[in-house]
Design a protein around this ligand. Structure first.
Ligand code: SF4
Ligand code: MSK
Length: 641
């Protein structure tokens, strides 16, 4: 059995203890059982790209230094990383493609259950694609935007058009470096081709294709996912909500949506609020339907509807262990295959909905956008029906939840910082220039049992805000920050440095801003772009006093995200290094030399306080290069615990 989780939020600690008492297996137990994990895999020194292998390189130099084909450590490690980028970019981008298909369906189907909720953004995206909008019917514009977006995935030549919205200097550099993506699918396919046995063996050349694909993700597929979701489901606005397992309510039919795509979860959110559904729930003895979310699906409906955030990635099994979940509805990504065992131990009905993500023995209710309300209603009916099977003697819900403010976007940060009457990034840039704010950091990513749950994330974020660094966050890192109270406006007064406190007080912002799901890291890219265009902080993202981090990263999507931030000019820190440390050359390339090419670079540091200070050093270096004023206030707060 795994050890206790000392640094996790209290609800997780409590449920983990309970799982141990009841012999319920968790992700932490399986992690322990896997120890020691394969050293070759950890160092990126194994390859099974052909059947002459699998091959492995001896990291100590005593054994083989070449695979059967002659591939060395550099080639093998770089190919492994590139394939991680390909998988991550594919996952995000396929999400974007599905949203584009939904937009196309809405444009063409007069009876669609979805509608265009944000005409302003639709027209703004139309302008990027050169689509004429004046005097044109809104559905026609939507159709043209959807088709133009879909073309971003499959064109053969040219450039991903939406990526040209990056700062002009950045686009110029990408073109010079020949890493401007042509189309999303094309770059992913090319990674798979180049990393096939006997193709690209130059580790730098392989990584450069990786960056091209990652840019196609961040400034392409993910950006399309975010922008088209805003068009279809509405632009999020700051709102209050609650987070953690304590949002599960024993008096209600509890339904959890888990995964990533908003097409189903948004409809479930809307249908669950209907009076008719409440009445159906009342008939079985419940007070209504209580919807919650796990992972990024949670972030999507939190941002737009204020639906409570039940938990992050590592809490998916624990939520079921409360014994009060009638149904967990999953779509794609970050769904633990162990979920079915967790559900089998209770009355919870697990339902898969995407043809891309089925689980053996698990009921599959396929979701089709053209019957969205009907299918969402059926799913909720099944949950209501299951209420009677709950064993109340096994219900155990930790009394732990935290308030948060979520729903920030590139646009709403704009309004907040500019004040009601002056929508502009000027006050943000001025605060950085004047030394009231040191800079900003995007701290994002997953949670991972290979580190103490939430210790790295929370310590890093507290250390950064203590040093007047404003934080933007997404994904499961955002969930952790919310559960630890860092997304309440008064968090600034507890944890932030004086300069950041003054800003938070003036505009009523928390020091940690929730910008949404994993694909919404594109909001961070656009925020950086807007800071550059506001002026006074250099003419490219690489000159800004900013940094990025994913202290508890887990998924291949995080690798793609990291690479698109590096390729956008951002210093990017992660806890455990990428699985390639068996190649000294690749390590040096990613943490040093790559900066000469793209202005950003990677850093690895497992100690979150040291990692935060490396980020601060980088931010201070950029401040110096920009000849900005010294920081206004001395850092007087004690180290955060
Ligand atoms: Fe071994 Fe080369 Fe085949 Fe990889 S591609 S499994 S290193 S022979
Ligand atoms: S859900 S990718 S564990 S952030 Fe986006 Fe969380 Fe990471 Fe999945």
């Amino acid at each position: 059995m795994a050890k206790e989780l000392k640094h996790a939020d209290k609800a997780t600690q409590e449920m983990f203890k309970r799982a141990q008492q009841e012999n319920l297996e968790t992700v932490w137990d399986r992690y322990e059982e896997q120890q020691p994990q394969c050293g070759f895999g950890t160092l990126g020194l194994c390859c099974r790209h052909c059947s002459m292998g699998p091959c492995r390189i001896d990291p100590f130099g005593d054994g083989p230094q070449y695979g059967v084909c002659g591939a060395d450590a550099d080639t093998i490690a770089a190919r492994g990383i590139a394939r991680m980028i390909a998988a991550g970019a594919a996952a995000h981008s396929d999400h974007g493609r599905d949203v584009a298909h939904t937009l196309l369906m809405v444009a063409r189907d007069p009876n669609s259950d979805y509608s265009i909720k944000n005409e302003g953004k639709l027209k703004a995206i139309a302008a990027i694609y050169g689509i004429e909008t004046s005097g044109k019917d809104i559905k026609k514009i939507a159709e043209e935007v959807a088709l133009a977006s879909l073309e971003e995935f499959g064109r053969q030549e040219g450039e991903v058009k939406i990526a040209t919205t990056a700062p002009a200097e950045r686009v110029k550099l990408w073109r010079e470096q020949e890493i401007m993506p042509r189309a999303v699918d094309r770059e992913i396919v090319e990674i798979m081709h180049r990393t096939h046995m006997g193709v690209d063996t130059d580790y730098k050349n392989i990584i450069r294709q990786g960056m091209r694909s990652a840019i196609a993700d961040g400034w392409g597929g993910s950006m399309i996912a975010t922008e088209l979701s805003d068009i279809l489901f509405g632009l999020p606005n700051p709102l209050k909500a609650k987070a953690n397992l304590g949002v599960i309510d024993p008096d209600y039919v509890n339904v959890i949506v888990h995964g990533h795509e908003p097409t189903l979860s948004d409809i479930i959110a809307v249908v669950s609020m209907k009076d008719e559904m409440k009445k159906k729930a009342e008939k079985v003895g419940a007070k209504g339907i209580n919807l919650g979310g796990i992972c990024c699906t949670a972030n999507e409906i939190l941002m737009r509807h204020g639906i409570p955030l039940t938990g992050s990635f590592l809490q998916q099994e624990l939520a079921i262990f409360t014994g009060a979940i009638e149904m967990m509805v999953v779509d794609v990504q970050c769904l633990m295959p162990g979920l079915d065992q967790a559900a089998e131990s209770f009355h919870t009905k697990l339902v898969t909905t995407s043809p891309k993500a089925k689980m053996p023995g698990v009921e599959h209710v396929e979701f089709h956008e053209d019957k969205a309300v009907e299918i969402a209603t059926n799913i909720l009916d099944m949950a209501i029906e299951n209420f009677k099977n709950r064993d109340n003697s096994r219900v155990y819900i930790p009394d732990e939840s935290e308030q948060l403010v979520a729903g920030f976007t590139t646009e709403s940060v704009f309004q907040f910082l500019g004040g009601k009457y002056r929508s502009s990034y000027r006050p943000l840039n001025d605060a950085i220039i004047a030394g009231r704010l040191r800079g900003a950091a995007g701290v994002i990513g997953c949670s991972n049992p290979n580190v103490e749950y939430e210790e790295s994330t929370i310590s890093m974020v507290k250390e950064l805000i203590k040093n007047d660094v404003l934080i933007v966050t997404t994904g499961c890192n955002a969930s952790s920050c919310a559960k630890h109270g860092l997304m309440k406006p008064d968090a600034a007064f507890k944890f932030a440095g004086q300069g950041l406190q003054e800003i938070c007080r003036a505009v009523g912002l928390p020091p940690v801003l929730h910008l949404g799901s994993c694909v919404d890291n594109s909001r961070i890219l656009l925020t950086l772009r807007n800071i550059v265009s506001e002026g006074g902080l250099g003419d490219d993202i690489s000159s800004l006093p900013v940094a990025g981090a994913a202290p508890e990263w887990m998924s291949e999507k995080a690798v793609s995200i990291g690479f698109y931030f590096v390729a956008s000019g951002v210093y990017t820190m992660i806890g455990h290094p990428l699985p390639m440390m068996g190649s000294k050359n690749l390590d040096r390339y990613l943490t040093e030399e790559i900066e000469q090419e793209v202005g950003g670079k990677w850093a690895w540091e497992i100690d979150p306080i040291k990692a935060a200070h490396k980020m601060i050093q980088h931010i201070d270096l950029k401040r110096k290069e920009l000849k900005l004023k010294p920081m206004m206030y001395e850092q007087v707060l004690q180290p955060a615990v």
